[in-house]
Design a protein around this ligand. Structure first.
Ligand code: ADP
Ligand code: MG
Length: 403
């Protein structure tokens, strides 16, 4: 439903959804629909409600299928209870439209955190990754594929008793958001920057594609940009994802090897979610770290405090980097490729990763000719030394060869 149609129906603060959930304020709006803070008037608790799909403009049969699919997804997500995932409470039908009713976590997302911190330290990212992966292991065991793992769907409590607690949201919602067709048929829904290569090529998302998207998400928060770079043109980005050629991480430190393993082009070479979780826990806690020690704990910085980006008192700057984070989109065309993914070299292989352009700091002067000469000097010296060594070698060989 469009914003205009919603406001015509009076959907806004004080609107009562399904006779039970009173809307209070908008928490945000992703690719489709908005998320509202609402009051459950029956149980007297705060909840987050979200209309993920609409039946407006569909014929009655299609509308019924969309409704049923959303209910199915709601039921699926409701099977999952985990300390690091947002609980699904209810699917409410309001004028025939399904709304998801979820646990409300006063929080900021990792996408918002990146507006404060640019990049997060590898040790914090490893803890977050291990906790989210633990929730995803439980989801996969219950037969739920997340389908839309990205920084915007990882929430970190920003106040109260739960401060610093990490929870993943929007389980399986990307499927409910799609058009009426049951099978995707070359049409994909999700967030292009975090798609796995096989999903960009048109395959249905699987547990292994969740592993890749978790890798992309963690890569993004540690590096400050997604593994396939930034492009406001979703189709161009989708082509790069389908080719599976990522930029090598430069700031991931002890997390580098684990990230590259999660980002293997071939789904068969990726770790399972449980293996990914254990590897992330080892990075977070050193050698023999066990995820059991991390589950239920808030995220800590190296100095043992909860990082300042997680505190509500740390102000959020305007979302100047929203295009980098990416929002969920429906109806993207798949981009098949001729090279099978098992033939794409591993990220650790011979591929030459294009160097990342480092933008000059704002106000920094243009490099002068002298700066450029200084920058090239070590290479020139190296070449000269090599020529000298070669000359000496040739001279020795010539001398020895004389009778
Ligand atoms: N359960 C929740 N509790 C608190 N805030 C939430 C919850 N779910 C979503 N939000 C907030 O609403 C914003 C928009 O969510 P959403 O529509 O899913 O968009 P996206 O996932 O693309 O960021 C999120 O970034 C988050 O800040
Ligand atoms: Mg979301």
């Amino acid at each position: 439903m469009t914003e205009q149609a919603q406001s015509e129906r009076g959907i806004g603060p004080e609107y009562l959804v399904a006779g039970r959930y009173r809307l209070r304020s908008k928490l945000g709006g992703g690719g489709m629909g908005a998320v509202w803070l609402a009051r459950d008037t029956l149980l007297h608790r705060d909840v987050a409600v979200k209309q993920v799909t609409t039946t407006a403009g569909l014929d009655p049969d299609e509308a019924r299928r969309v409704r049923e699919r959303t209910l199915r997804e709601g039921r699926n997500a409701a099977k999952l209870t985990h300390r690091h995932s947002i609980a699904m409470y209810d699917v409410a039908l309001e004028a025939g439209e399904p709304w998801l009713v979820m646990e409300y976590l006063p929080s900021r997302s990792l996408a918002q955190a990146m507006n404060i911190a640019d990049t997060l330290p590898p040790l914090e990212v490893a803890q977050i990754g291990a906790q989210v992966a633990d929730a995803l292991v439980a989801a996969h065991a219950a037969g739920i594929v997340h389908r839309d793992i990205k920084p915007g769907n990882i929430l970190v409590a920003d106040r109260g008793r739960e401060l610093g607690t990490v929870k993943i949201s929007d389980f399986g919602i990307a499927r409910a958001k799609g058009d009426a067709a049951e099978s995707t048929n070359g049409v994909i829904t999700g967030t292009p920057a975090y798609f796995s290569p096989e999903v960009a090529r048109g395959q249905d998302p699987t547990e292994a594609s969740d592993v890749f998207s978790l890798g992309s998400t963690l890569y993004t928060v540690v590096e400050g940009q997604p593994p396939f770079g930034i492009d406001s043109d979703s189709i161009a980005l989708l082509h790069r994802v389908a080719k599976a050629e990522i930029y090598r991480p430069a700031k991931a430190g002890p997390l580098t090897e684990t990230l590259l393993h999660l980002l293997e082009p071939d789904p068969a070479r990726r770790p399972t979610m449980a293996e990914a979780r254990d590897a992330l826990a080892r990075v977070a806690m050193g050698g023999d770290g066990d995820v059991a020690h991390l589950v239920g704990s808030p995220v800590y910085s190296a100095d043992g405090t909860i990082p300042s980006w997680a505190h509500r008192s740390t102000p959020l700057p305007p979302p100047h980097r929203r295009s980098k984070i990416g929002s969920t989109q429906a109806g993207l065309p798949a981009v098949p490729q001729s090279t099978p993914l098992k033939n794409v070299p591993r990220p650790l292989g011979k591929l030459q990763w294009p160097p990342r352009p480092t933008p000059p700091a704002p106000g920094a002067p243009e490099p002068t000719v002298r700066d450029q000469v200084v920058a090239w000097a070590p290479i020139a010296m190296g070449v000269m030394v090599a020529i000298l060594i070669l000359a000496v070698l040739v001279a020795v060989v010539v001398l020895l060869a004389q009778p």
